[in-house]
Design a protein around this ligand. Structure first.
Ligand code: CA
Length: 436
């Protein structure tokens, strides 16, 4: 899958001075949806260094042609779905043509330059119109840390080792990065009491995840072989599956999460394509010793060898007081996606294994990305041992769970020897007081 667009020698003529410009070298070219300052309407863009190129305007100006233009023209109102639904050659041609036009040695097309906007200050929107959202549970460290709270002697159940566990989420509550949301109200039982109250959650948490966007779907009744799963992945974005732990504990016996997760989930600004991620595949994490072998439908040589992804995430917290004081955010943890027990391919193959139809634009969440050490845990439930252990912020504030006014930002980078690192931009959200 490697081609000229991954060449580490490539540089762009677009200036790169912004603090986060390193996320968007010419080897990345992620897609996003934003409000055009020129027209005031949503449009499809690609991030390059300090700028975003309006692809719809560039196509209308005649800068792009062939499969690339056809791909952009399929994206109505700037939603990426139209391009995702087309055969992969369209997104690939678009990436190749953009790479060639934006290279330092390219003859700069004035029409192209007119379609560039400074990234800073742009209003970013949700890039994909998602109709189905499933959230998985693919970190064994997260599963063990959470399972221990309920079953200290048997934290990881046998089914966790047999298939990637998941539940169906709500696509309607997916929100753009930067969205502020109200602390959810709900039922929970206060510590030491036995009867529930209906109150504002007192245990609001984030979950640092990777989102996987489906490109080509599957037909009802059709299964997806593990070896074919990568062909159904259009790209990746950051995802924060905000969770109300007190609601979750009360409602999740005996079924899974419901209202504790469906008040908001934040998706990242940018969709990093599967093609851009080609240099960053790594072996799947090893199976634990002593567990039953995988069933053949979830076991495949190429998936074992390169089903993992090298993505280093970072979770930052900035409280209202820190924002007022102009202080920098505090890094809470740096989880690594390469620690995940199940691969993206296994998630897709498992979801379609009963004949469930996958559709273009479906979003599959990886579940919380957590590793074996405290600095690699992906949620406060784990970092604070379910609220039993608070931590201090640089300005002397104390936290267990999130307070009103807190902003959480997830960022991520992928790096590999011999390639230019790429980033995912931001996935940010701020907690507002509950609506009582
Ligand atoms: Ca989750």
């Amino acid at each position: 899958m490697l081609n000229e667009t991954h060449d580490p020698a490539l540089r762009s003529w677009v200036p790169s001075t912004a603090a986060d410009a390193a996320d968007f070298p010419i080897q990345n070219l992620p897609f996003g949806r934003f409000v055009s300052p020129a027209t005031g309407r949503p449009t499809l863009g690609v991030a390059i260094a300090d700028a975003v190129l309006d692809l719809v305007a560039a196509t209308a100006a005649g800068v792009l042609g062939g499969d690339a233009a056809e791909g952009v023209n399929a994206c109505r109102d700037g939603w990426l779905n139209g391009l995702m639904a087309l055969p992969a050659r369209h997104a690939s041609a678009l990436r190749r043509d953009l790479s060639r036009a934006l290279r330092a040695d390219a003859c700069i097309d004035k029409r192209l330059r007119a379609c560039l906007f400074l990234r800073r200050g742009l209003r970013m929107l949700r890039p994909v119109d998602v109709r189905n959202f499933s959230d998985f549970y693919t970190s064994i460290h997260h599963a063990r840390n959470c399972g221990r709270l309920r079953r200290p002697d048997n934290p990881v159940l046998p089914s966790f080792h047999a298939h990637p566990v998941a539940y169906h989420g709500r696509a309607s509550t997916l929100s753009a990065s930067g969205t502020a949301f109200h602390r959810p109200m709900g039922q929970f039982v206060r510590p030491g009491e036995s009867m529930p109250v209906f109150e504002a959650s007192q245990a609001l948490d984030f979950e640092c995840e990777l989102g996987v966007y489906v490109g080509q779907g599957s037909a009802l009744g059709e299964r997806i072989a593990l070896q074919d799963a990568p062909r159904h992945v259009f790209g990746f974005s950051l995802l924060n599956d905000w969770s109300a732990r007190d609601l979750q504990v009360w409602e999740s016996s005996p079924l899974g999460p419901f209202l504790s997760k469906s008040f908001v989930s934040t998706v990242g600004e940018w969709v990093v394509t599967a093609e851009a991620m080609a240099p960053f595949h790594v072996p799947a994490a090893p199976r634990e010793e002593g567990v039953a072998p995988l069933l053949p439908c979830l076991d495949e040589a190429a998936d074992r060898l390169q089903g993992g992804l090298s993505i280093d995430l970072e979770i930052r917290l900035r409280t209202a007081a820190m924002q007022r004081a102009g202080s920098a955010a505090m890094v809470l943890a740096r989880p690594r996606f390469s620690d995940q027990y199940w691969t993206v391919g296994q998630m897709l193959a498992h979801q379609a294994s009963n004949g469930c139809r996958l559709e273009t634009g479906d979003l599959l969440g990886s579940g919380t990305v957590s590793g074996p050490t405290d600095d690699r845990l992906g949620c406060l439930l784990e970092l604070t041992r379910a609220g039993q252990r608070s931590f201090m912020l640089p300005d002397g504030e104390e936290r267990t769970y999130l307070e009103d006014g807190d902003e959480v930002v997830i960022a991520a980078r992928s790096a590999a020897p011999g390639f230019v690192p790429i980033g995912f931009g931001a996935c940010a959200g701020t907690v507002l007081p509950a609506r009582r």
